[in-house]
Write a protein that binds this ligand. Sequence first.
Ligand code: GLU
Length: 436
Amino acid sequence: MVVTRFAPSPTGELHVGGARTALYSYLYARHSNGKFILRIEDTDLERSKQEYVDNILRSIDWLGLEYDEIHYQSKRLDIYNDYAKKLMDSGRAYKRVDADKGECIVFKIDRDYIYWDDAVHERIGRDISKDPDLVIVKSDGYPTYNFACVVDDTLMGITHVVRGNDHISNTPKQISLIRALGGACPIYGHIPLILNPDMSKMSKREETSLETATLKYRDEGYLPEALINFLALLGWSPGGDLEIMDKETLIKLFTLERVNKKSAVFDLAKLKWLNGSYIRKKSLDDLTLECRAMLLTRFNKLSVNDAILKELVRQNQERMKTLRDFVDQTKFFFTDDVEYNSEAVKAYILPDQSRQILLEIIDSFNSMNDFSKDSISAILKDITSKKGLKFVQVAQPLRVAATGNTISPPIDETISILGKEKTLQRIKKALSIANK
Ligand code: GLU
């Protein structure tokens, strides 16, 4: 049976590169009807933190990568010590006192050329005959990464190790250890790095870099199914033009053979496009729930009822790319403190003609009893033709006055939902801003 694992060290938030590694391990296990194990490699006492463990678990949960088992290396110290002892008994390891590091246990590395047939690359080989011996247990009694990793990969029956290219240099040492322990070598698949659009490494946090923490994408209003689809394509493709694939399809199609050898460039525009397409596919009820949750991260209380919220979602579903777009496009509904975009005010409120139109709109709206979309639309058309203008010349000043911005769903629908009183208040407020 295929058994894969994702083995993060909780020394930072789960990076999208890590999420992709987890995803590939998960997809390969599910594709093969195998098992997917999550292993928290928390043996670096100084750098491991509980908050990062929590962050990793939350990220994996959010992405929906269900694991079959979870293990914490910090709870398995006896096991590593047993194996270190076995290696000492068989003469493959010895104790050494280092001036700065204290007494540790050191493994006599194979004096050999070591190679393996990588599932992503061709054969990879390294001469490790001149490498120094390898510390496997530190003076604090904790195993080093290479040792704990190998013991666990062996004991947990891992058949396929999917991990980043940055671990290629560890693999020969690990193979040497596995041989000494008498274990079977898993198949290794080293996946290429993710690059920023400027070709810098994505793991390096720089000003120009994209967001790297997985949950940031949740907070920015991306759907997990879109991020999974995007990450899957970041270094793999099923062949052909197929791009939009839900989890079931990815599971069906994913193989390690089709993982690219070359680094992949993170293309945010593509992620947005995919996200928009998943948003459009959602049922209105589901999307309303998502939008509500997103709004509540910004407003403590929503001043509109469910029917109105749903109507707002319906109006925006086609064009929002992220849930945050929805908040940005509709936030004027939820607060009377409208933020006026200064460019928009300059273009559509300040000019004399706009002010005249707004005054006229106030007059007409004042005498309306039925503030329905159709009545509003009729009134706006009336003003338009009376003044010999184009519809946008009337609609834009009203839009900016009511929403603060130049983009919104159709203005008649928008202000009909907003209500007559609030609309009038806002037009007056916009005019008073302009008067200052
Ligand atoms: N704990 C290692 C890391 O986070 C795991 C590497 C591996 O998959 O073997 O980089």
